[in-house]
Design a protein around this ligand. Structure first.
Ligand code: PRP
Ligand code: URA
Length: 210
């Protein structure tokens, strides 16, 4: 069974609380998403692959450890997952980025795929699937199904806010995937929005509120 890591770090909790506030502007929301991605990413990258390289300090030659960044892949679920890409790339600048476009049908809440572009050799990569919201879990499950069909094996999922229903469903269906969550909320409402949540993450990130 994969593990679920719920972050209780004060900086992460504070920033997520700011993101929840309805008066937080699109600009602030984007900046906060990047900051939270960096704070969560710091912990999530604890086991990243390293390679030994030979360098020269001002004193002598030395063998040192550096990130094997080419093997790391970030896959945002469009649109809202894009909000985490800059923060992750600030930590791992050589990572590759795949994109998967999924949109929830407003009536059925089922995800519909509309775009996909992945780097090759997914089977050799450490893959971070990122999306701010895990509500019913449908989008995350579909994205990970899709990545596995293309060979992805070493996958973790990162989100800002999860509903208990979606977290349980994701962990039951993808038992090999660890899940990193900044906040675990109370429940879903009748429209499958997270309560208390932050509203529609894509709209808040891109300023497309109706
Ligand atoms: C949101 C969110 C997730 C999904 C979560 O995307 O970013 O992808 O809903 O819901 P689920 O767990 O019930 O599948 P949405 O479909 O609204 O698309 P958007 O990012 O383009 O706004
Ligand atoms: N998608 C969102 O953006 N917010 C929710 O609360 C649920 C799904």
């Amino acid at each position: 069974m994969g593990k679920a890591y719920i972050f209780d770090h004060p900086l992460i909790q504070h920033k997520v609380s700011l993101m929840r506030m309805k008066e937080t502007t699109t600009k602030e929301f984007r900046e906060l998403a990047t900051e939270v991605a960096m704070l969560m990413g710091f912990e999530m990258t604890r086991d990243l692959p390293m390679k030994e390289v030979e360098i020269e300090t001002p004193i002598c030659k030395a063998k040192v450890n550096m990130l094997d960044g080419e093997d790391i892949t970030i896959i945002p679920i469009l649109r809202a997952g894009l909000g985490f890409v800059d923060g992750m790339l600030a930590l791992v600048p050589n990572a590759k980025v795949g994109h998967i476009g999924l949109e929830r049908d407003e009536e059925t809440s089922l995800p519909r795929e509309y775009y996909c572009k992945m780097p090759k050799d997914l089977d050799k990569r450490k893959i971070f699937v990122v999306d701010p919201m895990l509500a019913t879990g449908g989008s995350a499950i579909a994205a990970i199904d899709f990545i596995k069909e293309r060979g992805g094996k070493d996958i973790v999922f990162m989100c800002l806010i999860a509903a208990p229903e979606g977290l349980t469903r994701l962990m039951n269906l993808h038992k090999d995937v660890d899940v990193y969550v900044a906040a675990l909320d109370d429940r879903l409402n009748e429209k499958n929005y997270i309560i208390p949540g932050l509203g529609d993450a894509g709209d808040r990130l891109f300023g497309t509120m109706k």
